[in-house]
Ligand binder design. Structure first.
Ligand code: ZN
Length: 420
């Protein structure tokens, strides 16, 4: 039974909590409550939110729409030397769908538990980062700071479905070139240890179907040159390669998933009846290739495996990324040095890696702008796209301080030789 005063007390408790909550956390939770989930993300809600932030912080706000309903919002903090190349802080506003029955709380309520864990879709991927950028700029402005280089906060749609109507179109527009970007930050991944993972490149995705055409016939005979016999040869070649790459990863502790090629057979197709040898069979593969691989040579190798399996074995590509640009992590690189320095001062242990999947950074790098993928979430399990995705409030708030230092350092890089 509930006491008569119960509901009022609850309201008071919530009000008290809200009044006491760190304003950055409150803003984060407000942003998490916008249902920007595929297949129908509330992008209007996102744009309204960002416009409100821009006016609060007195930042210039640009809205670009290259594809209907897919608005790219850019908040700009002009530097004292606006002719110098700018710093782009990129994030995407969309989130992947949820299976609500597997969640312990409403994934769009941004519930915070007693340990300060904030549960919501997008808590890690990557609404935290958008708010951390905003709050870092808020802090710097409140301290009366002005930085030499201009800082652009770009918030893009549709990353989770390939970025085709988001970052991929945007980098090809004059509006992107007008940003005069010198360096960009984009999303990374959580790290369960004390370390912070930073990504300087991404794997190339190759999805293809092997079509094998052979002699058909009755299922009671030994037919030569069947589609199955030839397809098996190609599957075997790919599976052997898979095993080699797996061994390579397991035998060298310095390697991560980003350094080797993953190979997976994801679909098999063909056949018409129990007793008919089919004239065509197919096998579809998902390969993730490190950007350090010679893609041309690897493509030739694939073709060779098909050729040596027999005649009429062909490849059909559904996705064949040749985007291989990686960002320098050489100590002599001015941008990397500027990223690294504040991390050293804060005693953050960085772990540079190749991103095991794809993000919008690949488009940014391909447009000639070096980019680092970094989401400051250590001591945090990797829960992106997972049920009960959460981020701890303390990790979130520490991330704001980290960005405050990193943004200051990047936007203060001395004029480069080509900028004088
Ligand atoms: Zn993401």
């Amino acid at each position: 039974m509930q006491s008569a005063g119960g509901p009022r007390n609850v309201t008071d408790k919530v009000k008290k909590e809200l009044a006491e909550e760190h304003p950055s956390t409150a803003l984060f939770r407000e942003y998490l409550r916008i249902r920007s989930m595929h297949p129908e993300p509330d992008y209007d809600g996102i744009v309204n939110f960002l416009e409100k932030v821009a006016s609060e912080l007195d930042l210039k706000c640009q809205k670009l729409e290259f594809s209907k309903g897919r608005v790219i919002t850019i908040l700009t903090w002009e530097g004292t030397s606006p002719h110098l190349k700018s710093i782009v802080l990129n994030s995407h506003s969309d989130v992947v769908p949820v299976f609500e029955e597997h969640w312990n709380t409403d994934p769009f309520a941004a519930h915070k538990d007693e340990e300060g864990n904030i549960y919501a879709r997008g808590a890690q991927d990557m609404k935290c980062v958008t708010i951390q950028y905003i709050e870092a700029i808020r802090k710097l402005k409140a301290e009366g700071k002005r930085l030499p280089r201009t800082v652009h906060l770009t918030v893009v749609p549709d990353e989770e479905i390939g970025g085709y109507k988001g970052m991929e179109i945007f980098v090809k527009q004059p509006e992107f070139r007008a940003l005069n970007a010198g360096f960009a930050l984009d999303e990374g991944l959580a790290n369960p240890s004390d370390q912070f993972t930073v990504f300087y490149g991404e794997k190339c995705i190759w999805w293809f179907t092997v079509h094998s055409v052979g002699s058909p016939g009755h299922g009671s005979r030994f037919i030569e040159n069947t589609a199955a016999a030839k397809l098996f040869k190609v599957i075997n070649s790919l599976m052997e390669f898979r095993e080699q790459e797996k061994q390579r990863l397991e035998s060298d502790p310095r390697l991560t998933l980003g350094d080797v090629t993953t190979v997976n057979l994801t679909k098999l197709g063909g056949g018409v009846a129990y007793n008919v040898i089919p004239s065509e069979l197919t096998a579809t593969f998902d390969l993730r290739i490190p950007p350090t691989m010679d893609l041309k040579a690897f493509g030739d190798k694939l073709q060779n495996w098909c050729r040596s399996a027999g005649e009429e074995v062909t490849l059909e590509f559904h996705q064949k990324s040749m985007l291989q640009k990686v960002t320098s992590t050489d100590e002599s690189d001015p941008w990397w040095k500027a990223f690294r320095a504040p991390c050293r001062e804060l005693n953050l242990s960085l772990k540079p890696e190749i991103f095991p999947a794809a993000t919008d950074s690949r488009y940014i790098r391909e447009a000639g702008v070096p980019a680092i993928g970094f989401s400051p979430m250590n001591r945090t399990p990797i829960l992106l796209h997972d049920h009960n995705e959460y981020l701890n409030e303390q990790v979130f708030l520490t991330g704001i301080d980290i960005y405050t230092r990193i943004i200051t350092s990047l936007a203060s890089v001395d004029p480069l030789p080509d900028e004088c």
